[in-house]
Design a protein around this ligand. Structure first.
Ligand SMILES: [Zn+2]
Ligand SMILES: [Zn+2]
Length: 157
């Protein structure tokens, strides 16, 4: 991957690692560990590519979150949720929350860890622990990711 100069002070950047970044919304918390970035001698950090945030959000939504156990959302006005495994009705209140960890590998970068913590619902019939809806988690992902990067002071682009 070609190097870029610092978008804040224009000095030369070197590959570096962002030890961690985190953010939290109503029903989704996100934590990133050891993400590859670029840093200049002044300590300004930036993405390895302007496209990095898009690559990451697409990877999370299309590959990682797609593997999470989840229920099915039904109803237009009055949503309810059914077990993704056996179809039994899931409770409205979660039984707790659970952290799901992914090792994400983008292009030729070193793999890094992304953890998502979300409420889980235990099926009364088959005991499967699951999210209410994958659609809801996916819908929140770009926002929590953006907030984590803002908190870590990584500018867009
Ligand atoms: Zn700089
Ligand atoms: Zn079930």
């Amino acid at each position: 991957m070609k190097t870029r100069s610092c978008i804040r002070c224009h000095s030369t950047t070197q590959p570096a690692v962002l030890e961690n970044a985190a953010s939290e919304s109503d029903s989704l918390a996100l934590r990133i560990e050891r993400m590859p970035v670029l840093a200049c001698p002044e300590g300004h950090r930036q993405f390895v590519s302007a496209d990095f945030p898009r690559w990451l959000v697409e990877h999370l939504m299309d590959e990682d979150e797609a593997k999470l156990p989840s229920g099915r959302e039904e109803g237009m006005l009055f949503k309810h949720y059914r077990c993704g495994e056996c179809g039994a009705d899931l409770a409205k209140e979660p039984d707790g929350s659970k952290t799901f960890a992914f090792d994400v590998e983008l292009l030729d970068l070193d793999p890094f860890r992304v953890e998502l913590t979300a409420p889980v619902y235990k099926c009364p019939q088959c005991s499967r622990e699951q999210l209410h809806s994958l659609k809801e988690v996916r819908g929140l992902t770009p926002q929590v990711l953006g907030e984590a990067f803002r908190a870590a002071e990584i500018p867009p682009g």
